[in-house]
Each structure stands twice: as C-alpha cells, then as structure tokens.
Design a protein around this ligand. Structure first.
Ligand code: HEM
Length: 244
C-alpha cells in the first residue's frame, strides 16, 4: 500500500470565493427567470403586468450580477496572486504550455497547478467575455424595454411625445409616446435582444462544460478543486508547475 503525501496551498482568497458562488447563484437565477420569459405563452403567462414583472425581477437580479462581476473585475487588479488578471490572461509561451498540458492530460499524467491549468484559463476568459456581453446587452435592454437605469431615462426622454413627462411612460403602453420614435427605438433595441438571447445559450453550454471539466479534473488530476472553491485551499500530491 502506498501513502500519498498531500501538500496544502492557500489559493483562492475570500473575495474570489464569494464572487464565484454569488456569480453562480445570480446566473442560475437569471437563467431560471429568462427561461420562464422565453416560455411564458406555454406557461400561460399572458397579462402585460405579469410579463413586465418578470422582466423587472430579471433586471433586479441582473443588477446584483453586474455589481458582483464589476467587483471581480476590480479585484483582478488588487486581489491576491491567484485572483489577478495576470493569472488568467495568456502570457508569452502560453501556446507551448497549453500543448504540453493537453498531451500530458491525454496520457493521464497531467501536471498539477496551484492556480488554473491552461485549459481552465482559456475557459474562464471566454466565460468572462460572455458575461461581459450579457451585462452590456442586458443593461441596454433594461433601459430600452422597461425604462430601467442606467439608460432608461434616456430612452423614455427620446420617445416621449411633446408635453409628456417621460417619467409617466409605461413599458409597452403607447400613451404619451411618439409613434415614429417608438419604432426607431424598437429597431435599435432589436439586435441587443438577439445578442442577449444567443449569448445566453452559449453561456449555458459553457456552464455545463465548466462543471463537467471541473469534476473530471478533480477525479483525474486531484487537487480538491471543488472543495478549494469553499475553503480556498488546494491539496496537491505533485510539485505544482506554476510556483515561482
Ligand atoms: C448571465 C446573465 C444573464 C442571463 C443568462 C440572461 C438570460 C436571459 C434570457 C434567457 C432572457 C429571455 C430572452 C427573451 O425572452 O427573449 C433574457 C431577457 C432579458 N434580460 Fe437577461 N440575462 C442575463 C443578464 C441580464 C442582465 C445583467 C440584465 C440587466 C440588468 C438583463 C436584462 C434582460 C432584459 C431586460 C430581458 C428582456 C428582454 C426581452 O424581452 O427581449 N439580463 N435574459
């Protein structure tokens, strides 16, 4: 019988872990409400009030998602070594490192990392880019669809008919609006809605892939990846290749 020696490394700091789980909860909730919005007819949701309320709930959760993500972007400049953008953004020699990681992973002898392995880096950067797209298109839709901040007052000011107080304009109600400008706003917001929905499909796919590969890496490579996102500590059996 062999005795495996574990070495413990403190990796993810508290703000990074809080971000990760808050991000998981807000995105799961946004997807849940988003799917209800997509299938509202099938679910028998037909009244205008209910449709607008669903959008309002989605947008309020969206603000929490945006705040949490914005905080993570800032933390990437001031957090510990493992939270920094330098850990994620590919550096010089990254291609070779990626190639060698993939070939050793294929031979079931992957090296261990205290931070992210090269595939993990790429996946996280891609997921962050998708999240940025969701954030920008979501905020634009929130403004142009239901006149919520930060762009809602701009959109309401634009479509308000002369003499109408823009604050009195209600989503999907024509009263007090200029018909021509409502049409212009509709064609402006259309592409943002399309990007929002298709990016959400790619993000959903990436979330499934992320969970699959994290579980696989935990089984094949060890390192207690999943518990590390709760405790911040990785347990490694080999010498990590990314310690300087
Ligand atoms: C990862 C984050 C997000 C996901 C997965 C997501 C997902 C979705 C989905 C599936 C829909 C349904 C699309 C439809 O009914 O056509 C939707 C609609 C919408 N989302 Fe998001 N969303 C996210 C973030 C946000 C954010 C941050 C905001 C704004 C604060 C936002 C605002 C909206 C609005 C206003 C709609 C309704 C637009 C429409 O009816 O076309 N979303 N979202």
């Amino acid at each position: 019988m062999t005795n495996t020696q574990f070495q413990q490394y403190k990796v993810w700091d508290l703000p990074t872990r809080v971000f990760h789980w808050a991000n998981f909860i807000t995105i799961t909730s946004l997807i849940f409400v988003g799917i209800i919005m997509l299938f509202k007819k099938e679910l028998g949701i037909t009244s205008l009030e209910a449709k607008v309320s669903l959008k309002e709930i989605h947008v309020i959760i969206g603000y929490l998602f945006v705040l949490n993500f914005t905080w993570r972007i800032i933390w990437g400049f001031i957090g510990n070594k493992y939270a920094r953008w330098k850990q994620l953004i590919p550096h010089r020699g990254f291609k070779d490192e990626l190639r060698s990681y993939i070939s050793s992973a294929r031979n079931c002898e992957p090296p261990q990392y205290t931070g992210h392995n090269p595939m993990g880096r790429l996946a996280i950067i891609f997921i962050f880019l998708l999240m940025t797209t969701m954030m920008v298109t979501g905020l634009i839709r929130a403004g142009t669809d239901i006149y919520y901040p930060p762009f809602g007052s701009l959109a309401a000011d634009y479509i308000a008919a002369p003499g109408t107080d823009p604050a009195s304009i209600q989503p999907y109600v024509a009263t007090g609006t200029d018909e021509e400008k409502v049409k212009n706003l509709k064609s402006f917001k259309g592409p943002f809605g399309t990007i929002h929905i298709y990016t959400s499909y790619v993000l959903m796919f990436m979330i499934v892939l992320h969970i699959f590969f994290v579980v696989r890496a935990e089984i094949v490579e060890g390192g207690s990846l999943i518990t590390a996102m709760f405790t911040g500590k990785k347990l490694l059996t080999k010498n990590p290749v990314d310690l300087d």
